[in-house]
Design a protein around this ligand. Structure first.
Ligand SMILES: Cc1cc2nc3c(=O)[nH]c(=O)nc-3n(C[C@H](O)[C@H](O)[C@H](O)COP(=O)(O)OP(=O)(O)OC[C@H]3O[C@@H](n4cnc5c(N)ncnc54)[C@H](O)[C@@H]3O)c2cc1C
Length: 293
């Protein structure tokens, strides 16, 4: 590889500390563009190389191979601009933590939607990519447009309901990078801080502490992946350092220096067992990044 023309580049960069699983080997290259202009320059440069790349936000939904990633990890975490636009609207950079969107914008203004976003780790960009949310709603429902970095530069796309669904969307595919979004909020008639504290408490009662990516599997239609995994008798099942949580069966924890293979073993076991017992095919919600793209 030619010399990388950016001072925000790191080579042979260990990814594990950037994921909530604390699993992941070294990326050949990591880029941390500090501004949108730098992000655009880095993105254009990547296409002049033949290097594959992955986009990483908060790493809260990623299981990365501990044998490393033979490409570039493009981090969005430095893009943290926020602009109030008036009329309860805000431009929010992709690298802002979703928790900060909730605590620094939604709660002080008592905006609706807190119940949908409370307690979800990661960045705004990652949340939009995943259409993260809860039974109370999802992040894409609150955004009116997204800024997408593509080969021709940044394009602003209105966000309409046909462009997203349960834990997924169609507006950011392939090599596209979400660089920000415009949110328009509605003032709430109830006390949203009560909603916030209610759901924070609920999470600590029902979800385990520790290294994980939250729910591993999407819920199948009209059912819950956690219920099926528990009914299959898999709660507490361990493989080396990885364990299916006793507290919430849809959480696979890195309990003791688990490897990528340890977690992946349990993912495969769950899928096979649930299918054999109930005829239901579970699909991963978490993103699996393999060593060789
Ligand atoms: C304890 C815990 C609880 C959780 N609870 C929930 C929950 O209740 N509901 C829920 O929906 N999720 C939940 N999650 C999962 C996770 O928090 C969400 O999926 C979150 O939105 C991921 O954001 P991130 O920035 O960490 O994304 P990452 O993990 O960094 O990336 C996830 C995916 O998005 C892509 N991506 C990230 N940023 C961008 C970008 N700017 N442009 C293009 N692609 C991008 C990545 O390439 C990857 O494919 C939980 C996770 C944990 C650890």
């Amino acid at each position: 590889m030619d010399t990388v023309p950016f001072d925000f580049a790191r080579t042979n960069y260990v990814l594990a500390p950037h994921t909530r699983y604390h699993i992941g080997g070294s990326a050949h290259l990591a880029l941390f563009p500090p501004t949108l202009a730098d992000m655009e320059a880095a993105y254009q440069w990547l296409f002049t190389t033949d290097m594959p790349f992955i986009v990483i936000g908060g790493g809260a939904n990623m299981l990365i191979d501990d044998r490393g990633y033979d490409g570039c990890a493009l981090f969005t975490t430095e893009l943290k601009e926020v602009h109030p636009l008036g009329n309860h609207s805000f431009f929010v950079g992709t690298g802002i933590l979703l928790a900060d969107l909730v605590r620094k914008i939604m709660l002080p203004n008592n905006y609706e939607g807190v119940g949908a976003l409370t307690g979800i780790p990661g960045t705004v960009g990652g949340a939009l990519f995943m259409n993260a949310g809860t039974a109370n709603g999802s992040v894409c429902e609150l955004a009116v447009s997204v800024d997408l970095l593509e080969d021709k530069g940044v394009r602003r796309l209105p966000l309409t309901p046909d462009r997203y669904g349960y834990r997924g969307q169609s507006f950011c595919q392939g090599d596209t990078v979400i660089t920000g979004a415009m949110f328009r909020f509605t003032p709430s008639e109830r006390d949203e801080s009560e909603v916030y504290h209610h759901y924070m408490r609920r999470r600590s009662e029902t979800q385990p502490d520790g290294l994980c990516c939250g729910s591993v599997f999407k819920n199948p239609p009209d059912d819950h992946a956690g219920r099926l995994i528990e009914a299959a008798g898999l709660k507490g099942k361990r493989h080396n350092g990885a364990i299916i949580s006793e507290k919430h069966a849809n959480f696979i924890m890195n309990d003791a220096d688990a490897s990528f293979d340890d977690v992946f073993h349990l993912i495969t076991l769950v899928k096979q067992t649930v299918h054999a017992r109930f005829g239901v095919e579970l699909h991963e919600e978490l993103r699996i990044i393999r060593s060789v793209p």
